[in-house]
Design a protein around this ligand. Structure first.
Ligand SMILES: C[S@@+](CC[C@H](N)C(=O)[O-])C[C@H]1O[C@@H](n2cnc3c(N)ncnc32)[C@H](O)[C@@H]1O
Length: 365
């Protein structure tokens, strides 16, 4: 991807252009006017990865432009990153340069921060990590008040813990989320809160039970669960399901059954397909589903999941790829119409746009 040029003076204009393109793409489906959720124009990213570039004694953060992928672009600061990362970047660089064990053959640095101000730094190396590295990393963790992880081929050393606790307020509730290193988390924390608020508003009064696919660490689950009788939530990633269990406990949410299943497996199980061991003890016929909530990866919903979605009165769909969303909405158009729409600018200064649709079953379907 070409490197974004981050200029707040361009922000409103760029977002307006993305929204106009989205409206034009979906006009054929009778798209209602979307609610537009803007990002903070600076310091919005809670995740960032940088290559580390060695030149003599120096080591610098670097990024690469897809138009010129061999030339490093040295980064002094990166205004997209959230405050805890922005503050940590120069301090970390100084400390790496001052410590041979930390600096030697460092290849990449991955930052993860939370709205609650916590920070994790993963240092990636092209050499095995030894005791000298671990001792230096312990000092670094204390000095920077951060969780430090060292990675190299077939090696992962955790100094402290390999997860952060995110905490923020939503509709008068304090929500807590364990975020495990390497697992999916929403990159733009401020926009994520807006997505959660919009999603909660859409299901107000839906009643019945909720089926959620692609639930990750339960980002939406924790917010939506109190609005339903019961929730069946599924996700394929082991570490995300582990975090989701932690998060149910941490948020005192007691009406969710969480199962590690891919979307095509749960679609098969609900269509009366084969028996799944992981579904043992789950009373599938006992659910009274009113709503399906999906937040799939960029490829959107597969055919089996579209067929499953067709059976639901309400489909709430968060998408990071308007193209696959378009194809899925077209496939559902004979049974469902768009009732509400929103855009969420997770990725300012890029052409990417996250969007949300509430689809309801047509009266005649
Ligand atoms: C866009 S993320 C959304 C996660 C979560 N809803 C959130 O807000 O953090 C998509 C999630 O789908 C999961 N996933 C990818 N392919 C899947 C599949 N075939 N079946 C179920 N989950 C899948 C990923 O592990 C990831 O957690």
């Amino acid at each position: 991807m070409p490197l974004p040029s981050i200029n707040p003076a361009d922000y409103d204009h760029q977002l307006a252009a993305k929204v106009a393109a989205f409206k034009a793409d979906f006009a054929g489906f009778g798209l209602p006017e979307p609610l537009v959720h803007a990002s903070a124009p600076l310091h919005y990213r809670l995740r960032a990865e940088f290559r580390m570039w060695h030149e003599g004694d120096r080591v610098d953060y670097a990024m690469f432009d897809s138009d010129d992928p061999k030339t490093p672009v040295i980064i002094q600061d990166f205004p997209a990153v959230a405050a805890p990362i922005a503050q940590a970047m120069p301090v970390l660089r100084e400390r790496l340069m001052a410590s041979e064990p930390l600096k030697r053959k460092i290849f990449q640095v991955d930052f993860l921060a939370t709205l609650s101000g916590r920070l994790m730094i993963c240092l990636v190396y092209h050499r095995p990590l030894d005791e000298a590295w671990e001792a230096a990393a312990r000092e670094l963790a204390t000095a920077m008040d951060a969780q430090i992880i060292g990675r190299s081929r077939k090696q992962k050393i955790v100094v402290g813990q390999d997860w952060l606790l995110e905490e923020f307020e939503l509709d008068g509730r304090l929500l807590r989320y364990q975020q495990i290193e390497g697992s999916f988390t929403q990159p733009n924390g401020g926009v994520n809160r807006q997505m959660l608020g919009w999603a909660c508003h859409q299901v107000e009064g839906a009643g019945g039970d909720l089926l959620e696919l692609y639930c990750g660490n339960g980002n939406f689950t924790m917010a939506l669960a109190p609005r339903f009788g019961r929730v069946l939530a599924t996700e394929v990633s082991k570490s995300s399901v582990k975090a989701a269990h932690y998060n149910l406990e941490a948020n005192g949410v007691g009406n969710v059954t969480m199962v590690r299943m891919s979307s095509d497996e749960i679609s098969d199980a609900l269509a009366g397909g084969r028996e799944y061991k992981r579904m043992q003890g789950v009373d599938l016929p006992g659910y009274d589903f009113s709503t399906l909530f999906v937040d799939p990866p960029r490829m959107g919903l597969d055919d089996a999941t579209v067929a499953l979605a067709r059976r639901f009165p309400n489909i709430l769909y968060i998408s990071c790829n308007p193209q696959t969303l378009h194809a899925n909405v077209a496939a559902l158009a004979d049974t469902h119409e768009i009732r509400a729409a929103a855009v969420f600018d997770q990725f300012p200064y890029t052409h990417h746009l996250e969007c949300g649709l509430l689809l309801t079953r047509r009266p005649e379907a």
